[in-house]
Write a protein that binds this ligand. Structure first.
Ligand code: NAD
Length: 302
């Protein structure tokens, strides 16, 4: 079997179109969604991510407010900025780009964000609501993964899902989303025993571990849906590098039913979902304008 390639770029493009339409509708009713983007220090990868986020926000009509702060910024100064942003009516979403410098207490900074403006979905209140199955802002990467899974399988009820990785930003929220969609969920991590055997039972595998090509195609169940979150830069020979996922793409594509590529799979979905979360935060803040929040899983509705 050769797997269907799930095209994250195309799905993200579709989602951005919906965000753009609804943003325009909201703007006509007097509210322009606003996203504050806070970047501390000069981490090269973070600069690239932030540039991409602000560019895409602008492209769909979301206004962005950029805060570039020096590496020496203190936890207290960041909390003060977050409080200012919490109080601003033109800011509906606050994004503090991670990682923060080591001397900054990232948990305390994230906890200071108004949960209603927490468009990353990392705040304990939003994480707790997700666990309780209540409506909330879902972290962007797992939300993007779920949308891609649903491209391959419309009904997830009763399927066995394996999430490899237990981080707070990807693995744990992913597992809860799949549970909400009636999957039988297993979470594997660095201490898991016999991962190949567990993989072999899964209808859906989401790999989020940050280890290049660690998941072998031979481990997979035939026809499985494979979502590769990993972004790993490896040597490509001749002094060049390239990006690969956590899954060994060639062997996995020969066995899976559907698989996301790296790049071009989960990556584009993450920012598209950030735009959805920002639009929805603005819709809620604006109150009864007649514009509904966008359901990223069923964007045609509403
Ligand atoms: P993390 O380092 O916080 O967590 C990694 C997890 O993998 C841990 O829970 C660990 O227990 C588990 N793990 C490590 N080695 C393992 C092994 N051999 N077997 C099983 N489990 C193992 O990472 P993260 O922030 O969740 O990110 C994971 C990967 O996803 C990274 O490559 C990251 O760059 C990528 N990522 C991509 C996006 C995107 O938009 N595409 C977003 C976030 C993260």
């Amino acid at each position: 079997m050769t797997a269907t390639i799930i095209d994250g770029r195309a799905v993200a493009e579709r989602l951005r179109k919906h965000v753009s339409e609804r943003t325009a509708e909201l703007a006509r009713r007097g509210t322009i969604p606003g996203l504050a983007v806070v970047l501390v220090g000069d981490d090269a990868a973070s600069q690239v991510y932030v540039a991409s986020k602000t560019k895409q926000a602008a492209a769909v009509g979301i206004q962005h407010f950029d805060f570039r702060l020096p590496t020496t910024t203190t936890t207290e100064a960041l909390i003060e900025l977050v409080r200012d942003l919490n109080a601003r009516r033109d800011v509906h979403g606050i994004l503090v780009q991670l990682p923060l410098p080591k001397h900054v207490d990232a948990d305390t900074v994230l906890a200071a964000i108004d949960p209603a403006k927490d468009v990353d979905g990392f705040h304990a209140v939003n994480a707790g609501k997700l666990v309780l199955g209540q409506e909330t802002t879902v972290p962007c990467t797992p939300l993007g993964c779920l949308i891609l899974i649903r491209e391959a399988r419309s009904n997830l009820a009763g399927l066995r899902a394996l999430v490899i990785g237990r981080s707070n930003i990807v693995g744990k929220p992913m597992a809860h989303l799949l549970l909400q969609h009636d999957c039988t969920v297993t979470i594997a991590h660095s201490r898991t025993r016999d991962l190949p055997a567990i993989c072999g039972e899964a209808d859906i595998v989401v790999a989020a571990i940050g280890r290049p090509r660690a998941i072998a195609g031979e481990w997979l169940k035939h026809g499985a849906t494979v979502i590769d979150v990993g972004i790993n830069r490896v040597d490509a020979g001749g002094g060049k590098t390239k990006l690969v996922g956590d899954v060994d793409f060639e062997t996995a594509a020969a066995r899976a039913g559907a698989i996301t590529p790296v790049p071009g799979g989960v990556g584009p979905m993450t920012i598209a979902c950030l735009l959805v979360n920002t639009l929805n935060a603005a819709v809620r803040a604006a109150g009864s304008t007649g514009v509904a929040t966008l359901n990223a899983l069923r964007p045609e509705e509403g």
